[in-house]
Design a protein around this ligand. Structure first.
Ligand code: FES
Ligand SMILES: [Fe+2]
Length: 422
């Protein structure tokens, strides 16, 4: 499917009046980590092109409201929280999580019969917590449920949340979620070359396939070194709707900040080894990964997701899909685009939910996903598997491979959970 410029823009523009903006507003978006609010009470948020402030008030309630005060437009991210709500630091107007202005100090004093405060409201969106993340919903009522993906219910794990602000449009980031052949080149072979090794290259892909399921598309891979009984082919990984990659042990959401920037939100689960149970994590740490090397000014290329970022930003702020040449490996990309076009039309024409929206609380107890090696996440690795340098999960216990810049204290807490040499 060749895209003209107008349809290319349709995939990328996320403002509230744009077709894709309306579609994405039908889903909950992860925007922050709960643990960030151990140290602060407010955080400025730009989401889908809207400037907002996320806060946690003194009774522990989260709210997400317009960044600018309804009085004279001061920046509410510098406001201070009260027992109920967020107060503007300029003249003290106070807002609750539903957007009602519940105090206007001077107006309240001089106007005994004032009902003005009852008339003032500010834009406000619902916020929920799940899996250590804070989720926002910017769409029409009634809001659906925040999905309880199966790994959110796993026990005995060490979870960490990693953010990165990637300076390009979100859609090219999400296309990467249904692009299996890039693993061979961008991660395996390029990493080898970056280390100065010239070969042999990693096993080549012989066949890829894509299958739709309720919550996205799975991609299946057959490589030179695998057969059709291998979980890479029988289970695969998935592009989770609408803006996530799920690999089995981690999620990567591509959350549009605006048309030109994307917040990458990674959620990583590591099961503690057998014999270390029960492991209870008190608080899920979060950190932000740097994108560039301060010495060279170039993009960091040493970690898996940083490599992906290089591909995404390399396509330009907005990928020009009118100039691309798709091949057979891009069947998944074409399926993904078609689904979004279909859903944009669907929500424009009627009130049916688009793909992957969850409303049934029974289903949402735990939504099972395709997971290679599920047993390992449930039961943990043996000490031998943990020590095996060729074991992908054992190997990840030697360093955090996905993103650069992991803080030392997070690494140390992780090592303590896994109990191996730091
Ligand atoms: S600008 Fe916020 S209270 Fe005046
Ligand atoms: Fe990748």
């Amino acid at each position: 499917m060749m895209l003209d410029e107008a349809r290319n823009r349709m995939l990328m523009e996320v403002g509230p009046k744009k077709p894709m903006g309306k579609l994405l507003r039908r889903y909950w978006m992860p925007i922050s980590a709960v643990s960030e609010f151990d140290k602060k009470a407010t955080k400025p948020i730009r989401l889908l092109g809207e400037d907002l402030v996320l806060y946690k008030d003194l009774s522990g309630t989260f709210g997400l409201i317009d960044r600018n005060c309804q009085h004279r437009r001061a920046d509410l991210s510098y406001g201070f929280v009260e027992k109920c709500g967020l107060r503007c630091n300029y003249h003290g107007w106070l807002y609750d999580k539903d957007g009602s202005c519940i105090a206007q100090p001077y107006e309240d004093t001089v106007s005994t019969k004032s009902d003005k405060k009852n008339l003032v409201t500010i834009k406000a969106y619902p916020v929920e917590t799940k899996a250590g993340l804070l989720w926002a919903y910017l769409g029409p009522d009634p809001a659906p449920l925040v999905p309880t993906w199966e790994p959110f219910t796993f026990n005995n794990g060490f979870v960490q949340i990693v953010f990165s602000v990637v300076p390009c449009n979100w859609f090219q980031c999400q296309e990467n979620s249904l692009d299996p052949v890039h693993f061979e080149w961008m991660h395996a072979n390029w990493t080898m070359r970056l280390k100065g090794i010239e070969g042999p290259y990693s096993p080549a892909h012989l066949k890829v396939d894509f299958q739709e399921f309720d919550y996205g598309f799975r991609y299946l891979r057959l490589r030179e070194d695998t057969d059709e009984n291998n979980p890479l082919w029988t289970i695969g990984r998935c592009c989770l709707w609408p803006n996530c990659l799920f690999t089995g042990d981690h999620f990567e959401w591509r959350v549009p900040i605006d048309d030109e920037n994307t917040l990458s939100v990674g959620w990583f689960f590591n099961r503690v080894p057998q014999g270390r149970e029960p492991y209870i994590q008190d608080s899920i740490p979060s950190w932000t990964s740097p994108l560039t090397d301060p010495e060279t000014g170039r993009w960091i290329d040493t970690h898996v997701m940083n490599q992906d970022f290089i591909a995404w930003v390399g396509q330009g702020t907005f990928a020009d899909r009118t100039k691309e040449t798709l091949g057979k490996s891009d069947k998944g990309i074409a399926m993904l685009r078609k689904q979004f076009f279909d859903d944009m039309e669907l929500i424009d024409n009627n009130k049916t939910d688009p793909k992957g929206v969850v409303r049934d609380p029974d289903i949402n107890e735990c939504i099972q996903l395709p997971i290679m090696n599920r047993k390992r996440f449930l039961e943990g690795l043996t000490p031998e598997e943990m020590a095996d340098p060729n074991d992908i999960h054992g190997r990840s216990t030697k360093r955090f491979v996905f993103l650069a810049g992991q803080p030392q204290e997070v690494w140390e807490t992780y090592c303590e959970a896994m109990r191996f040499e730091k």
